[in-house]
Structure formats: structure tokens, C-alpha cells
Design a protein around this ligand. Structure first.
Ligand SMILES: *Cc1c(COP(=O)(O)O)cnc(C)c1O
Length: 394
């Protein structure tokens, strides 16, 4: 039976016990009876729980939780964030179609746009995520089927004006797909702002414990969701039940984790802005953020997120030295865990750019990126202070 209410996984008609937590249905297949064949023959088995690449109750429980967090009609879980992104785009685009995508996207999404989609005969046009006029011009010129961007860019932490870009999409009959991984539904619900589909790496804040690779697709369009499900079935990007249990378990505390991490990020941003050795702090809570005002008010009206960047005096070498001296923050890629994760873009996410290209892209020398965890703001400020002091020159 499919669980609908995540807090009441439902009475399992096959059992006399009623678990509070959804069981891990670690089974590939389910016993069939006459009614099973109605759906298998009717929809191709999209609704029936009969084979775990199609449906699985533990995976459904995780999906119901993502949908609830977005206030959306439906979500589907995928094996990874990239499975969510690739499956969605391949569902919405045909050979000869055009997708207009922002230049500022996650590295593997960039590969998908630069290499894999063109190989399928899909035209890819790139625009500056933060320039609504550019979205508008490109949409008028190219008549795209899809517009694609990220709520919050990495590591500039700038915001896409989702309501404005959604209007552009609607004006040309295109679908707007938003990667909401960095913002999370705690800060931003893109569907309510006019987006058609949300894709997310549940690996990050949604699952939140750095212990499972997972993704999710969310939409209010039931027909589109069926189309995505058909591609998940044929391309095989489905989620495993055990991973689904971990994702569901992580989302159980999503609200309290994000409330704490966002508040800690606010406090760290305020305190570190005046710290010797720190040139600049980038966080959407700051008045000097380039999107402060109407864009932040619309896209992140309440909590401002748990991602934070510090530009350190002394450039990239200093940033690396500070990173290596952290005792609480962990030097690692990824984000959204209960532990604070820190990285420097120049040797990781943006290593293949020259310093000039990075500067052009809004990544100043000395940038340190933090995914704020649950250690507490004071502990993290103390950690940053000792690392910065310990690397001061002269
Ligand atoms: C991590 C990430 C992805 C990819 O997700 P995986 O779960 O690693 O496949 C996509 N977009 C953004 C913004 C990410 O941070």
C-alpha cells in the first residue's frame, strides 16, 4: 500500500502491526493478484506496487515527505540529484528543442548541458542567471521548451529572480525547471513562485546526514510526473528502498535542522563581517548582498539559508590555509550535513577556471565556502577565528 501521510505510514493490509516508521521494503517484487493486472495492463504498471523500479512503499514514503515540504501535489525520488535533473530534462526535451539554461549551474549539470544534451540534438542556450532581460531576449529569440536555473548559485550565493523568470517562461509557453538544492524548501518553494518543476539533490539538506546519495523531482503537474516516472522506469534512475529509508529518516528532522543551521549562518555572517582578515561575507541575510531588496524578499522571504561564503584577505593560498586549520569544520565537498563542511572553490568546484575567469564569474580570490551544520554558531565562530588568526602573516 502506498503511504500518503508521512506521519501515519498507513495500516499495512498484509500485517497486523502498525509501525510508526515506514518499514524498509527491501524487496524487488510483490505478490500479484487479479487486481494488480488491472493497473499493469491499464497504465503500464505506473500505479501498482508490483516491481520496485516502478513503485516501492519505502520510496513512496520519502517522496510523500518531499512533496509535503514543498506543499506540492507529487514528488518522485531518484537515485541521485543528477538522476532527477537528467531524467526531468530528457522528459521535457526532444531533439530539435531548445533549453535556455543559466551559466551558473552545478558542475555536472554544466556537463549535461554542454555535452550530453547537444549529443541528443537538443539546442542549449546559456544566459546570466541574474539578468532577467537576458532570459527575456533569449526566450523571444529561441522559443525554448524549457528554462533551467538554480535558486541559489554556488559559491556566489546569488538568487535567481524566480517569479520574473517564470513570467518569461509562461510568455513563450516554456516550462521552468529550478534546482532548489542550495535553498531547500525551508527557504524557497519554487512552485509557489511560478516554477513548473523542482529538482533537488536530496543528498544535501533534505536527507541532511551525509550518508545517502539521493534526488527528488517535484511538481503539481500530475501528467508531467507520469512522464518523468516513465523515464525513471526506462532509464532506471529509481531509488533503492534502503536509501529511501535514510532519506525519509533524515527528512524527519528537516525543519529543526534547517531552522538551526540558517540561524547559525545569520549569526556567523554578522559576526565574521567585522572580523580582521575577512574582506567580505556573502550571505542573503546581509544588507550588502547584491540581490538585497525585492529579489531576496520574494525568493527567500524568511530564512536565508545555511550556505555562507567568506572572502579572506591574502587570496586563495590564505583561504586554503584557513581551511586546513579548521578543527570543527570538515574539509570536504558536498553540503547540507549536520556537520559543517568547508571548501575553497579554486581547487575544487571551480578549479578549471583561471583566477580572472573566476573573478568574472563573481568568485573573488580567497573565497571559503561553508555549509553550516549544527555545531552551534559560537563554536563555529571560535573555529573560524582561531584558523584566521593562526594564518595571519607578519
Ligand atoms: C550536489 C548537487 C547536485 C547533484 O546531486 P547528486 O545527489 O550528487 O547527484 C545537483 N545540483 C546541485 C546544486 C548540487 O549541489
Amino acid at each position: 500500500m502506498t503511504a500518503t501521510n508521512p506521519y501515519r505510514p498507513g495500516r499495512d493490509h498484509t500485517s497486523r502491526t502498525y509501525p510508526v516508521v515506514p518499514p524498509i521494503y527491501q524487496t524487488t517484487t510483490f505478490e500479484l493478484d487479479d487486481t494488480s493486472y488491472d493497473d499493469i495492463q491499464g497504465t503500464g504498471g505506473l500505479r501498482e506496487t508490483w516491481y520496485s523500479r516502478f513503485n516501492n512503499p519505502t520510496v513512496d514514503a520519502a517522496a510523500a515527505e518531499v512533496a509535503r515540504l514543498h506543499g506540492a501535489a507529487r514528488s518522485m525520488m531518484t537515485a541521485s540529484g543528477m538522476a532527477a535533473i537528467a531524467t526531468t530534462l530528457v522528459t521535457l526535451l526532444r531533439s530539435g528543442d531548445t533549453v535556455i539554461a543559466s551559466k551558473q549551474v552545478y558542475g555536472d549539470t554544466d556537463d549535461l548541458l554542454q555535452r550530453d544534451l547537444p549529443a541528443l540534438g537538443i539546442n542549449v542556450v546559456r544566459v546570466d542567471a541574474f539578468d532577467t532581460a537576458e532570459w527575456e531576449r533569449a526566450a523571444q529569440e529561441h522559443r525554448p521548451a524549457v528554462l533551467y536555473g538554480e535558486t541559489l548559485s554556488n559559491p556566489q550565493l546569488r538568487l535567481m529572480d524566480i517569479p520574473a523568470v517564470a513570467k518569461v517562461a509562461a510568455s513563450v509557453g516554456a516550462r521552468l525547471v529550478v534546482d532548489n538544492t542550495f535553498a531547500t524548501p525551508f527557504c524557497t518553494r519554487p512552485l509557489a513562485l511560478g516554477a513548473d518543476v523542482v529538482v533537488e539533490s536530496a543528498t544535501k539538506f533534505l536527507a541532511g546526514h551525509s550518508d545517502v546519495v539521493a534526488g527528488a523531482v517535484t511538481t503539481d503537474d500530475e501528467e508531467l510526473m507520469e512522464e518523468v516516472q516513465r523515464r525513471l522506469i526506462t532509464f532506471g534512475g529509481c531509488m533503492d528502498p534502503h536509501a529511501a529509508f535514510l532519506a525519509w529518516r533524515g527528512m524527519r528532522t528537516f525543519g529543526v535542522r534547517l531552522a538551526e543551521a540558517c540561524q547559525a549562518a545569520d549569526i556567523i555572517a554578522t559576526k565574521m563581517a567585522d572580523e580582521p582578515g575577512v574582506e567580505h561575507v556573502r550571505h542573503p541575510s546581509r544588507m550588502d548582498h547584491p540581490d538585497a531588496g525585492p529579489v531576496i524578499d520574494a525568493v527567500m522571504p524568511h530564512a536565508k539559508g545555511a550556505m555562507l561564503s567568506l572572502a579572506l584577505e591574502g587570496g586563495d593560498e590564505r583561504a586554503l590555509a584557513v581551511l586546513r586549520r579548521l578543527r570543527v569544520g570538515v574539509e570536504a565537498t558536498s553540503l547540507g550535513g549536520v556537520e559543517t563542511l568547508a571548501s575553497v572553490p579554486f581547487n575544487s568546484s571551480h578549479f578549471n577556471m583561471t583566477p580572472e575567469q573566476r573573478l568574472d564569474a563573481g568568485i573573488p580570490p580567497g573565497l571559503l565556502r561553508l555549509s553550516v551544520g549544527l555545531e552551534g554558531a559560537d563554536e563555529l565562530i571560535e573555529d573560524l577565528r582561531q584558523a584566521i588568526a593562526g594564518t595571519a602573516s607578519g
